[in-house]
Design a protein around this ligand. Structure first.
Ligand code: GAL
Length: 435
């Protein structure tokens, strides 16, 4: 054999060897290339619609996609998100899509009366009780959540998490520097804010570009001043809005807003949390998705940031839950079913929630995966008085929520407390009588 042939054969062998080495070490390499080329006309997709775009929530979602693709490597996930509004912006887009008969394969929605009114009763969803039966989930989820997803004996969504709304998050360095203690009553909360303001620190961060964070404050004051039982009574008509305690709440809200950053209407909720991180503000009262955000920004709970129950609302857990539903005629129904099975699984939940800053609605969730904040949240969820957060759709319809929001916005402008209390009562009468 001449030298040239030996060199050519040698080169071929080396290439073959490298090729085999790569494939054996990474079998997916061939598959990935195939998926890429097939994707060009790939109809094997899964479109997931949500409003999770901020730190913590986006990471949690990404991790779920990763898990999904591990068992469904051929499916291309389309991450359809609508930023902002804690769902209000997304809901508007979703309505248009559903009306236009082009639903996503699965979408995020809060558990509660609005879910039932808007989606279930309109016949837009497929009941998925069969998933609960096939996967042995029936007695695995908290009834507080499942009842908010059920209608006439069928369940219509898979709950992924439980969030808490009546909380305050704070910058620990500021609290340490000024030797502040945790306020336990609304009055102590006001004193803390006054002390901070005197030191020239903006006490409370607010980012109400999308309005709802102001209504979150209102809700937290309501729970603190009324207690859980009476807060619930507001939605059934046993507690009246046109009353002295409600006027106190409305005054409290106006006073509290005085302690917020002046640029609040230009900021989103996460930008406001960032103000606490940056030390521009000392505290923020918002749901525990902020916990996921703080960590996504590299902060350590209890060292860099702390939390306390909204003063006066101790013993009450104001919950809301993100769930995913299956629209009727979803184009990739089978892929969506796999997605929902992942969300409902113990593994899916215990991977997602520790990142997101929420607890799992599964009663058998493995608490070892959760940090101290989440462990305490879970303890509180099982021992506290549970109420639904109305601003995050766990208690009333979107229609009623909108009326309350408009009344509060008007109050902020005209500061007419008696009139706001009257209007809130009128809205309640209308809603309760129409049910
Ligand atoms: C809420 C949602 C949370 C969180 C927050 C901000 O409506 O339930 O999961 O993501 O919006 O986006």
């Amino acid at each position: 054999m001449n030298k040239a042939i030996i060199i050519t054969l040698g080169a071929i062998l080396i290439i073959l060897f490298i090729f085999l080495f790569l494939v054996l070490n990474n079998p997916g390499i061939l598959l990935q290339n195939r998926i890429k080329s097939v994707n060009y006309v790939n109809h094997n997709t899964l479109e997931i619609f949500s409003w999770w775009t901020a730190g913590g929530e986006a990471e949690g979602l990404r991790e779920l996609y990763r898990l999904y693709n591990l068992s469904n490597p051929g499916v291309e996930i389309v991450n359809a998100t609508v930023v902002g509004g804690a769902g209000t912006n997304a809901q508007a887009v979703l309505n248009t899509r559903m009306e236009g008969n082009s639903p996503p394969d699965s979408f995020q929605v809060h558990a509660g009366p609005d879910f039932v009114e808007t989606w279930v009763k309109q016949g837009l969803l497929e009941p998925i009780t069969f998933l609960y039966e096939n996967n042995g989930w029936i007695d695995k989820f908290s009834p507080d959540v499942i009842e908010r997803l059920s209608y006439e004996g069928e369940i219509y969504a898979v709950p992924l998490n439980i969030h808490r709304g009546n909380l305050v998050w704070f910058n620990t360095s500021i609290f340490r520097k000024y030797k502040l203690t945790i306020p336990e009553t609304p009055e102590e909360f006001f004193s803390t804010m006054e002390i901070l303001a005197n030191y020239g620190i903006t006490p409370l961060a607010l980012g109400d570009k999308n309005i709802w964070p102001t209504i979150r404050l209102f809700e937290n004051i309501l729970i603190a001043r009324l207690g859980g039982e009476n807060y619930k009574g507001l939605w059934t008509g046993t507690i009246h809005w046109n009353s002295e305690p409600i006027k106190t709440v409305l005054m409290d809200l106006l006073n509290m807003l005085e302690y917020t950053n002046s640029d609040h209407s230009a900021l989103t909720w996460d930008e406001a949390v960032q103000y606490v991180i940056d030390g521009k503000c000392a505290m923020i009262s918002i749901g525990d998705f902020a916990e996921g955000y703080f960590r996504a920004e590299g902060l350590t709970p209890e060292e860099d940031f702390g939390w306390f129950t909204f003063p006066g609302s101790q013993g009450v857990f104001s919950m809301f839950s993100d769930t995913f539903a299956l629209p009727k005629d979803a184009e990739h129904r089978e892929n969506a079913i796999q997605w929902l099975e992942l969300l409902g699984s113990k593994r899916g939940q215990d991977v997602f929630n520790p990142i997101k800053g929420s607890i799992s609605p599964r009663i058998d969730s493995d608490i070892r995966y959760y940090n101290n904040y989440l462990k305490l949240a879970r303890e509180d969820f099982s021992s506290n008085f549970i109420v639904g957060s109305f601003i995050q759709n766990a208690e009333i319809t979107a229609k009623w929520k909108k009326q309350i929001t408009e009344i509060i916005l008007k109050l902020i402008i005209d500061r007419d407390v008696p009139r706001a209390a009257q209007s809130l009562q009128a809205a309640a009468n209308k809603q309760i009588n129409s049910e």
